[in-house]
Design a protein around this ligand. Structure first.
Ligand SMILES: *[C@@H]1O[C@H](CO)[C@@H](O)[C@H](O)[C@H]1NC(C)=O
Ligand SMILES: *[C@@H]1O[C@H](CO)[C@@H](O)[C@H](O)[C@H]1NC(C)=O
Ligand SMILES: *[C@@H]1O[C@H](CO)[C@@H](O)[C@H](O)[C@H]1NC(C)=O
Ligand SMILES: *[C@@H]1O[C@H](CO)[C@@H](O)[C@H](O)[C@H]1NC(C)=O
Length: 439
């Protein structure tokens, strides 16, 4: 009787076959198969060999970098060589994103009035916010302490380099916070903030350092019909598949990259994906679930990083979803209310909120887990979800004058998406600092 599977030829039988001087059909098929796989996955084959070479050449500068439990799955064995910019490491087993907020009278880290770069949509004190307590919280991880944000170390690291934030208005907030945290070290005539390309690109330059910190507006990362940095309030959003190079061409030669994208995918409806070009007369559009659309965006980003960022010299970060606080009932408040007039944070450590954040976080987890591309996740969603007190609410410059009806009901126009500066986003940058230097 024949066995159900033929056993694989052992190496000795292969040798003996070869010894007979005749190429067996077995061997020939195997050879064809290997050739086929090698062609299909040529790049990965090269990667595997490349990684091994690096492992040997840098063996004595090794240290394990998979320290935090949240990122250990995304930092696999092969990434345990020293990461660029690392000067140390976070304590073994400490997940810096898991912790609690503690009162700190030494905060804020800078004053609103001392940072001229904060856009008027985020200067809450200037726009009459009566309370200041939201600025006096420090994030305390459960397993270790965060390093202090060292502005001079950050600036020295950026000497001759280009750092860029790419994404939506929330990432713009993080960018501005980052600049605010270090600009005081640079004398007035040695620094500038300029915008280019109809405000798509904002560049902070530290002249004597020959360093730039930039923000590039691309709310979906991919090309979309919301790409105009000024006029982008489009209700019927369309994203073009496979179009990341449209914007990505402007991100070349960046040394430290910080991506985000989330809010714009949340239309509450299926997402419209354009398959051809925005110039096509008849546009081919398919509608997919928010999660599938977002997954497509994530994969495009990883592919762009793989093809354009050198993991031996550069670092890439991805900031997870910034939570909104639009419905008080989510945290046990009164129906019909939102973040307006909230001056304390949510105490329930398990609070997460009601919207689709969970399924999107799952997509991020899945896509990152499957990928070999070294990206550091800044998992700020949970720690920010407690902070219903930290939004700009009504204390900001309005895009258009408010109507008497709105004025009579502040809840109706409170911004429960963006964050006051100084404030919560300074903590995101402290975490970025921690992950950059102590991965
Ligand atoms: C900040 O970093 C610099 C090195 O760039 C170091 O000399 C200095 O001691 C650090 N400051 C603090 C407070 O750790
Ligand atoms: C300034 O930095 C850029 C990289 O951002 C580099 O290409 C250039 O050579 C630097 N110039 C000087 C004078 O150091
Ligand atoms: C704001 O909240 C306080 C309690 O924290 C409450 O006394 C006050 O009436 C609220 N103001 C408005 C306008 O809702
Ligand atoms: C981010 O943190 C949250 C809460 O700590 C966790 O549930 C989630 O799995 C983390 N996400 C990823 C992708 O690691």
């Amino acid at each position: 009787m024949k066995p159900p599977f033929s056993p694989p030829p052992s190496s000795s039988s292969l040798l003996s076959l070869r010894g007979k001087g005749r190429l067996s059909p077995y061997l020939f098929t195997l050879f064809l198969f290997i050739l086929f796989v090698a062609v299909l996955y040529g790049e990965d084959f090269m990667c595997i060999f490349g990684e091994q070479l690096q492992l040997y050449s840098t063996a004595d500068t090794f240290f394990a970098s998979s320290s935090s439990s949240s990122s250990s799955s995304s930092q696999r064995v092969k990434r345990e060589r020293k990461l660029p910019f690392a000067v140390g490491k976070t304590e073994e087993g400490c997940d810096v994103f898991s912790g609690r907020w503690v009162r700190d009278e030494m905060r804020p880290l800078y004053e609103e009035a001392d940072c001229p770069y904060i856009q008027p949509q985020l200067t809450c004190q200037e726009h009459g916010r009566p309370d200041t307590g939201y600025r006096q919280w420090r994030w305390q991880p459960h397993g270790c302490d965060l390093p202090k944000f060292n502005a001079s170390m950050m600036l020295e690291t950026l000497r001759g380099k280009r750092m860029m934030f790419v994404g939506d208005s929330l990432n713009r907030g993080q960018f501005v916070s980052f600049v605010c945290l270090l600009h005081h070290l640079i004398p007035p005539h040695q620094k500038s903030m300029q915008t280019f390309d109809h405000d798509s690109l904002t560049v902070f330059t530290a002249k004597e350092y020959n360093a730039t910190i930039e923000f590039y507006w691309a709310p979906f990362l991919l090309e979309s019909n919301s790409d105009n940095a000024v006029v982008h309030r489009i209700s019927d959003r369309v994203v073009r598949k496979g179009s990341i190079n449209k914007h990505g061409q402007h991100w070349k030669n960046v040394d430290i990259m910080v991506f985000n994208t989330y809010l714009w995918w949340m239309t509450g409806l299926k997402m419209k994906i354009l398959l051809g070009s925005f110039d096509d007369e008849v546009k081919e559009i398919v509608e997919v679930s928010t999660e599938d659309a977002y997954r497509m965006g994530m994969k495009s980003m990883l592919r762009w990083v793989k093809l354009n960022m050198d993991p031996k010299k550069t670092r890439v970060f991805f900031t997870s979803m910034s939570p909104s606080h639009q419905k008080s009932i989510d945290w046990g408040g009164e129906a019909g209310k939102n973040c307006y007039n909230e001056t304390s944070m949510i105490e329930d450590p398990n609070y997460w909120g009601s919207d689709s954040r969970k399924s999107i976080m799952q997509v991020i987890g899945e896509v990152f887990k499957k990928s070999k591309v070294p990206i550091t996740l800044l998992n700020i969603t949970q720690l920010s979800s407690y902070r219903k007190d930290a939004h700009t609410s009504i204390y900001k410059k309005q895009w258009s004058p408010l109507t008497p009806e709105q004025l009579a009901n502040p809840v109706s126009y409170a911004d429960c998406v963006h964050w006051c500066l100084p404030g919560l986003q300074d903590t995101w940058n402290e975490l970025l600092f921690a992950k950059l230097f102590y991965p």
